[in-house]
Structure formats: C-alpha cells, structure tokens
Design a protein around this ligand. Sequence first.
Ligand code: ADP
Length: 666
Amino acid sequence: MSNVIKDLDLENYINSLERASQYLLSLIEASRDPLFAIGTTGKIMDVNEASVLATGVSKQQLISSAFVTYFTNPKQAKTAYDLVFSEGFVTAFPLTIKDHKLTDVLFNGAIYKDENGKTIGAVMIARDITEQKKIENELTEAKIIAEKATKNAEEAVKTKQQFLSNMSHEIRTPMNAIIGFTKVVLKTELNAKQKEYLMAIKMSGDALIVLINDILDLAKVDAGKMTFEKTPFKLHLSIKAMLHLFETKIQEKNLQLITNYDSRIPDVLLGDPIRLHQIILNLVSNAVKFTNKGNITVNVTLLEQTQDKVILKFSISDTGIGIKEKKINEIFDNFRQATSSTSRLFGGTGLGLAIAKQLVEAQNGQIEVKSELKKGSIFSFTLEFGKTNADAVLEPEIIELNTDIKNTKILVVEDMELNQLLMKTILDDFGFECDITANGKLAIEKLETKKYDIILMDLQMPEMNGFEATIYIRNVMKLEIPIIALTADVTTVDVEKCRAVGMNDYVAKPVDERLLYSKLIAYSKKPTLSGKSSKGEKLQKVTSKYIDMSYLNKLTKSDPNLMSEIIIAYLKQTPSLIMTIKNSLENKDWKTMQAAIHKMIPSFSIMGINPDALIMAKKIYEYAFTIEINEEINALVLELEKSCSQACLELEHELKKIKKYSGENK
Ligand code: ADP
C-alpha cells in the first residue's frame, strides 16, 4: 500500500515538475524580449523564440554556440556575461545584435544556482531599444537643427545690424556733404526761387539725416549696443527746456500746452537725460503733428519711491485725430503708420514710436497708448530713476554755446578739397576764424608766420602726413598748440599713435558737428602750462562786468521762470564750490579741487561769466592736475573767488530785475 502511495507521490511530483517547467517555458516564450540562458563558460544553453527572431539564427544553431558570436562587439558581450557572473547580476548593459538591422539592446541578467548554491549559469534578457534610440537621435537631430536655426537667425540679425550701421554710415557721409555744400551755396548771392529750392534741398537732407540716425539707433538697440548713462540731472528743468522746442510750432497751430509736474519728484535724479529727451521728443512731436485743435498735456507723476529710486509716469495726451482701434497694436512696430495716408499727410516714417518703445523697454520701463478716433490719444510710459545727492550735471545743449570764440584761430590741415570746404563751412558757421592748408609741410610753413589757437589735422596726406607734422611741431618747433586729429578710422592703433606723437585729441570723420564744437571750445583758450603768457596779460583784464546774460536769454527764450531757476541754481552751487576749492587748496587735496572746478566750468558759459574766469579755472585745474603747486595757484584761486563773487552779486541783481519784470507783466 505504502508503495502505491509512494508511486502516486512520485507521479504527482513529476507531474508538478513538468507543470512548473511548462509554466516557466510558456513564461519564457511569452516574453517578446530575447532571452538567453548561458553557462559559466559563455555557451548558450537555451533561448526563447524572441532570440531566434532577433538573431535570425535557428534555436538548434544557437544552443551550444558562444553567446558573444551574436553581437557586433564580442569583447563588450564578454564583459557583459563576465559581469553577471562576477557580480551576480547586470543591468541595462548596452549591446548591438549582429542581425541585418543591427538591433540596439540593453541587457538585464542574473545568475542561477543549483540546490547546493553553486552557480550553474545566467539568464540574460535583452530589451530592444531601437525605437528609443531612434527618438533620441531624432531629438538630438531636432536640437541640432533648432540650434542651427537659432544661430542662423542670430547671424541674420547681426548681419542686418551690421548692414544697417554700415549703410547709415555710408549714407551719412555724402549726405553731410550735400547739406554742407547746400549751406555754402545758400550763403552766396541767390534769387528768391534759387533760395527756395536750395532750402528745400537742405530740409530734405536734414530730414534724411534724422531718418538715418533713427535707423542707426534702432540697429543699436536691436544689437543691445545702446548704452544708458547714469547722470545726475534736473528733470524739471530738462522737461521745460525740451518743451520750449515746441513752442513755436504749438503757437503756429494755435494749440495749448499744459504741463503738470508732480512736486514730490526729487530735484536731481540719476538717469539718462538724453534718451529721455529722445522718448519725450518723439511723443510730443507726434502729439503736435496729429493735433489741429485743442491741447497737448504733459504729465509727470511720481508712481513709487524707495530709499534709492523713484518710478515716474510720463504721459503725453492730445486732442488730435486719434488712432483706429485695430491699428493701435501696430503703431509701435518699425515703419508702421496708422493709415496709409499718414505719411502723405503728416510726413514721418513710422520709426519714432518704435524707437521710443525700445528705449523705454531697454530701461525696464513700459509704454502704452490709449486712443479714440477723432477724440485724441494718450501715450504714457514709466521709467525708473535713481535718487542722488550729487549736483546735477548741466546737459550738453546747455553747455554747448560759448560767447568768446570769435578770436579763436584754427588751422585746418586737410588735403581733400571736398573735406576742406566742408570743414570751412562748419567752422565759419560756428564763428571761428580758419585757414586751410593741404599737407603737413604747408601747415608748418603757416605756423612759422602766423599764430593759431588750435590745429585740426588730417592723418593721411601727401608730402608730410599728420603724424610727421605733429612730431615736427612738438619736437622741432616746440609748440604746445592743441592738435586735434581728423581720422577716418577710429582704430585703437590710430588713436594710440595720435597720442604717442603728441596730439591732444581726435574727431572721427565724417565729423559730428556738436562733438567738434565742444572739443574746439574745450581746447580754445586752453592755458599753456608755462604760465608765461596768460597771467600778466589776461588776468588783469577782468572788467567790472562779470556776466553776460545774452546766452541765458537765448537759451531760455527769455522765459523769466526758467531764467530765475537757472540763476538760483548757479547762486546756490557757486559759493559752496568756491569753498571746496579753497579748502582743497589748503589740504592739498587736488582730486577734490579738480572735481569742484570741473563742476564749475560748464556754468561759466551759461552765465556769460567773463572768459578770464574760465581761463583761471582751467589753469587751476591744470595745476591741480600736475600737482605743481606754486604761488600762482594761490593767486589764481583768489582771483577766481573774486570773479565768482562779483558774478554772483550781479546775478542776484539780474534775478531781482527778472522777478520784478515778470511780476509787472502778470
Ligand atoms: P511717424 O510719426 O514718423 O509716422 P511714429 O512711429 O512716431 O512714426 O508713429 C507711428 C504712427 O502712429 C504715426 O504715423 C501715426 O499714424 C500714429 N500716431 C502716433 N502718434 C499719434 C498721435 N499722437 N495721434 C494720432 N496718431 C498717432
């Protein structure tokens, strides 16, 4: 009986083993991943159907063959099964099956042991990653393509900007010649018709230059090359001066200009007044252009302030033609105008708002517009400014004019006839006296017979070039006369060379008239360090009249409020600057002294302060610079103090007169 039972048990056992192995087999076969059972020597012991499919080799052939045979890199395959036997398992081991399509797989595997714990083989399962690889490759390819496209786009933008700036530069040169020569001809005897035509040429030229500068500006902002200053400036004064520019036009059109200025805004702000001008000028000139009746209102309000900055909102509203709702989103785009007839009726190019927007956004501000057809428009923008305790720097257009230039003699050394004529026109326009020579050699001959105050020296000339001439003037003639180079290429090499031979400065061609003017003013009357000439002859010439109001009158168009404001600012700053100069002289603190003089100098031309005071100030500046302290600097500081105090007295008197006059006229 027990035997029967035993037999039955065995049968059951065998049956269960068979079932289990059947079960395992079906599991193995069900796997779509190739599966290899390999022995410790690397021979294949068993495979599933998926392996047959993957390798393209029959099961009989596979069994007993070497595992490594079926991969493109047998060495790598050996590493895989070595690893599984040494570590007991392997995960995500990459191999490529040597079939017709070279299937990429990742192997996962583990060893199996007998009942005594002895390793008898390993099972390796491959996961086909062809699809995954394909997606990965596609992604990499797409990434490369996208990167290439971005790079191409960036390059295209760069090329466009380069093209724009080159073209603007190229157009500006002949345009300047056209305008310059038109000006020359306009000064000759002409009949009314000729004059009218020439004026038309000049006006078109001027308009074109504005356009070219706009394009250049846009290219600069696009390229991120637009830089923004952080200058201390008086916003209130700045806005007033700016709006003055529109007075005539506004009066002509019978419009009303209303300004509301928030009195909580700090007096001096830190920012870029020139760019702010550019934005406001664009918006106000549009408001004036597109309004035929009613008013233009300019509001400046303080939105927010912290300890070190303020956020201001500027809004310019008009009662003009307004803008159609569906066009409103386009007007900030380059070359966009609200209607196709705009350009015909009102002129313009559609760049002004694009530039204004770029300038605002580049300074982290926001610009927006609200408009209603036939009712009017409101353009507003926000900008952030820094707060500062520094004194405001007077702006270029205020510094620009100087009354005492008539006696400044300039020698222009330039071989190109066209450039000679242009330079002559510009200098005549400024009111300087000038002589022209065609090369360095002729310039030297001139210098031997006549005294000049400044030389404008071209660099490339026949016979004797600008560098050679300068070397001769400095080393043989021993003249300290300021020499400003006129250079076509402002390369650092050229600039260095100019300095090395003893030139004082350079101006790039085509010359920017404003820049040239400011340089000429700066170098005219520059005192020589020898101190021989100026003191004896000039310092005693200080006359009883220390100021000349004509420039201030011209600058402010005799606006009493503006005049008073500027005079008050001068009266406030001057005594403390004089005090600083005196203290720093005592303490031999030349840096502070220079800074104070530097602050003082621009105000001289505005107040028409006697030119001798400017000479004194510049001499003190130079002495402080060379730290060549001697008796003379003490005397000069005293003289300067005297001139400034006298000027202040006279200005106080003027201020009273202005107040009285404006009171009477109210
Ligand atoms: P431009 O004035 O040179 O044409 P802008 O970029 O300054 O170029 O302005 C673009 C367009 O926006 C103008 O042509 C005009 O159609 C519209 N626009 C701008 N400002 C005003 C305004 N204040 N009132 C009505 N339309 C305006």
